[in-house]
Design a protein around this ligand. Structure first.
Ligand SMILES: *[C@@H]1O[C@H](CO)[C@@H](O)[C@H](O)[C@H]1NC(C)=O
Ligand SMILES: *[C@@H]1O[C@H](CO)[C@@H](O)[C@H](O)[C@H]1NC(C)=O
Ligand SMILES: *[C@@H]1O[C@H](CO)[C@@H](O)[C@H](O)[C@H]1NC(C)=O
Ligand SMILES: *[C@@H]1O[C@H](CO)[C@@H](O)[C@H](O)[C@H]1NC(C)=O
Length: 409
């Protein structure tokens, strides 16, 4: 635990050092960052391919520190992309623009969100706050997410560890084409997007499973290396975004998510207890089975829990924290964001109803248990060993990087 905390502190120090390096005042002149308000947000969104917004508050120390860095990044991007309409950086004063802050669900300052062709990219930017990193991120988003393909060979190259949405559309005049583009822009950080234009379907495609009977068609191909799932056709209308979007969301942001140190912050921010599978790095079988069981038996719990798989080596401190070791993997546990509760035995998950019972017991007496633990902390007798406190809570948005509007998780 000490080592882990020391590691976190070190990481934060590193962050701060890197962030301080950029603390040079911007030269006088007109800012390259546009002040965004309710009055100009729509026109700015529609007139720029990429709009990268900094939602800030003047009272927030981290916002103040970011301002010159963000300005520097904007200047850099102006030099690289001088043509209007390509890239624009903007800032939203959340104290003045309360409605905009609400609309974009701002929970902490600063929050950095990118819009591509007017669409909010689903994941906010949580990386380093240096102008170099910001510029790199914006450039990485400056591309269409869609890969066009002509034949089955192209399709066969889809990475089996990634989720893909594959569209077959007769021509670019089809309304489905525009809608597919919007969806790809919105979800490009969650799924890969492939498109075949034309009605000349390569007969070879049949061998790969995903061959539509009529156009336009949409197919979801799961990350087959890590799930038991198969290609699935979309049955709704491709011309109705209100039907397409929930389908893509459900497929591209699956019930069980793989978590690593890069994406854990956004998960903890959702403030739900976690049902975790700690697995050996290459244990695809346990991952596939765990996903299948959660999807079949526990999908009604999605509003109460986040379902997560983590590499038990990378998250070894959490495993050790429960008094277990890498030898015990795979391990299932609940992290309530206060305390950790290991499930008795991994193989018990195959007994129908066991995992559900475990979660129900946790939910029904969690508050009682947590309170008891807090009151008598630390309980010392053998029968009542101290309950391991959450190791995941500390991986959420940190007070060392953000001004949090809701302090308590
Ligand atoms: C804005 O960007 C231009 C480069 O296009 C640069 O010359 C100018 O100094 C920048 N303005 C500020 C205030 O940094
Ligand atoms: C901006 O667009 C949104 C939704 O597209 C709309 O509700 C809002 O009224 C627009 N605002 C202005 C100022 O035009
Ligand atoms: C597919 O075919 C079109 C026209 O024949 C061509 O322009 C395009 O480059 C091809 N795409 C790929 C990925 O081979
Ligand atoms: C939690 O609830 C279950 C039944 O719902 C009960 O069997 C168990 O003893 C309770 N555990 C604690 C620690 O209170």
């Amino acid at each position: 635990m000490k080592l882990y905390v020391a590691g976190l502190v070190l990481l934060q120090l590193l962050w701060h050092t890197l962030e301080q390096e950029e603390l040079v005042a911007s030269p006088a002149g007109i800012s390259n960052v546009t002040q965004i308000s309710e009055a100009n947000i729509n026109s700015t969104l529609s007139s720029n391919e990429v709009l990268f917004l900094n939602f800030y508050a003047d009272w927030c120390h981290f916002s103040k520190r970011l301002a010159p860095i963000f300005e520097h990044a904007a200047t850099q991007l102006k030099l690289e992309f001088p043509a209007p309409g390509k890239v624009q950086l903007g800032r939203v004063d959340c104290v003045k623009e309360v409605a905009l802050a609400d609309l974009h669900d701002i929970q902490k300052f600063p929050t950095l969100r990118l819009f591509y062709r007017g669409q909010p990219v689903r994941r906010e930017y949580r990386g380093l706050r240096t102008s170099e990193a910001l510029v790199k991120y914006v450039k990485s988003q400056l591309r269409s997410a869609i890969v066009e393909f002509n034949n089955s060979e192209d399709l066969a190259e889809i990475d089996p560890k990634r989720r893909a949405v594959i569209a077959y559309i007769a021509d670019t005049e089809d309304p489905a084409y525009g809608i597919f583009q919007i969806m790809a822009d919105r979800f490009k950080n969650d799924c890969d997007f492939y498109l075949h234009i034309g009605d000349d379907l390569d007969p070879d495609l049949e061998h790969k499973g995903a061959i539509p009977k009529q156009l336009p068609a949409l197919v979801f191909r799961p990350d087959v290396a890590r799930t038991h799932g198969q290609d699935e056709f979309y049955a709704g209308s491709l011309e109705d975004p209100t039907q397409v979007e929930p389908w893509i969301l459900a497929k591209c942001v699956p019930l069980v998510r793989a978590v690593n140190f890069a994406n854990v912050e956004e998960l903890i921010e959702e403030r739900l207890p976690l049902l975790l599978l700690f697995h050996l790095p290459e244990d695809d079988v346990s991952i596939k089975d765990f996903k299948a069981i959660v999807e079949m038996q526990l999908s009604d719990q999605r509003s109460k829990f986040n379902f997560v798989t983590v590499d038990g080596w990378k998250f070894e401190h959490s495993v050790k924290h429960m008094g277990l070791s890498a030898k015990n993997l795979p391990i299932i546990a609940i992290d309530s964001l206060k305390f950790m509760y290991p499930f008795t035995k991994f193989s018990d998950m195959y007994i129908p109803g066991r995992l559900k019972q475990f979660m129900q017991d946790f939910s029904s007496n969690q508050t009682v248990v947590d309170r008891k633990i807090v009151e008598q902390n630390p309980p010392r007798d053998e029968q009542n060993p101290p309950r391991p406190v959450s190791t995941f809570k500390e991986l959420g948005p940190s007070k060392h990087r953000y001004s949090l509007l809701h302090d308590e998780l």
